[in-house]
Ligand binder design. Sequence first.
Ligand code: ME8
Length: 532
Amino acid sequence: MNKRFYITTAIDYVNGQPHLGHAYEKIVADVIARSRRSLGQEVFFLTGLDEHGQKVQQAAIAEGKTPQAYCDQLAADWKAFAKKLELTNDDFVRTTEPRHKQFVQAILSKLHAAGQFYRATYEGFYSTKEETFLTEKDRLPDGTFDPSYGEVIKLKEDNYYFKLRDHQQWLIDYLEANPSFVQPDYRRNEVLGFLKNSTLEDLCISRPVARLNWGIPLPFDEDFVTYVWFDALVNYISIPAAHGDPLLGRGSGVSVPGSGPRSAQPRTPDASSQLQLWPADIHVIGKDILKFHAVFWPIMLKVMDLPLPKQILVHGWWQKDGAKISKSTGNIVDPIAIIDEWGLDGFRFYVLRELDIGPDGNWTDAGFKSRYNAELANGLGNLVNRSLSMLKRYRNGVVPVKPEAGEVAKKVTSLAGQVQAKLELYQLQAALQDIWIIITAANQYVDQTKPFNLAKDPAQSKRLEEVLYNLGETCRVLAVLLRPFLPGTATKIYAQLGLTGIPDKFDAAAWGGLSAGHKIGEPAPLFPRRET
Ligand code: ME8
């Protein structure tokens, strides 16, 4: 059994419809998953929903539904959304599933038995909106709390706490010894700064049922449910465990709880279908949940005796027109509406090309349309359409003999290598830029060689064939390179070239794949030009 490349996204709160930020993160993870497969690796890509906690309970109550009914209904929309984005996820976790809940309880029991938790009374401030306890340190200079915490109440209650403090120095040392653990670097520095300048508070891992009942019951005290973050983070290992990951069955001592006869979930797989997934290769997350992933999660794993994920890849946040995306102010981008109007690949292209993984981004409708028209319609679309149309017109759609490898072959081959190297480093935006260097150069090649003039002069027949081959073959290589980013477009280019199959292996980017005498299919515009 080979270990698969295991990539996860944050699991989204199911308290509304998906927005641009959710879509962006999932597309980033999808491109990485697809490019790994294209590089020849076996991949497991996990995404899903975070269904417990106060936010979801409140949203359900506001709609007059039980939390479970509310989640079931919305989960269908979110799963449909994953399909709409053409995500290639291998599983979709819902934290209300028995396979996840049972695993969380098994871990809680184990850690409780190992003396990792203690019960204590807390008296202080609490933000219901963020489901978090606040201290004097969280007060602003004027004595209030940041408005992002919503209403802050005074509270006195018993809870269970997880001993984080003991591991603070270990985590600092780990982060210093493993610079690639949190990327980009400035996010790693943020975590180190936080760890070095403050004392870690122990983590409250429960909520009293009297105040919140929409959660996983603590197996050792039925008056409490599990804090939503302790529950949510565990999805990254509960699902591998459900797929029979040997590390989770043995190493941690947390064996997969068998699903009972009433369970709708699959049983523990037999040896032949077991997957080796943990540790994750990357957790893709947004900047706001860095502390949960880079502080709480590594410590949880350490006490479970499990290896840490190889990397936490942190992306920035989208704004629209320079302001926060917010349902209440109406400043939103509806990904579904954009996809319905412009097509999925137009949407995928814009978010991936516009925003590198790390900094914050700004969506503008004008920027979207401008990239669509300039780079997709006039750039890629025009290149493919005119290359194939000329091959059709001047050679009846039959691929001429492959010429001696010249400048075009060299340039495309070298850039194709760079694209793959960048994808291995998760530099998606830079890889796209390299692909567009090929597109721009190929369009210039048409303008310079003027095949429409060559076609008028029988003495130039050989030269015309050379140009037509180079253009057709460039389109083919582009389909292979574009596939992780724009899957539908890549498939269309292949089909228009009359090629069967899907260009989903980078090996196929080697120059010279088109063979003499092959008949191409019908050219058709890939990105119809739109008025702006
Ligand atoms: O945080 N731009 O769920 P969530 C970019 N359930 N990314 C954004 C964004 C924006 N404007 N808004 C949100 C949660 N995100 C937890 C995660 S993981 C074990 C539990 C990103 O629905 C955000 O940074 O609030 C996060 O990575 C993801 O969307 C889900 O956010």
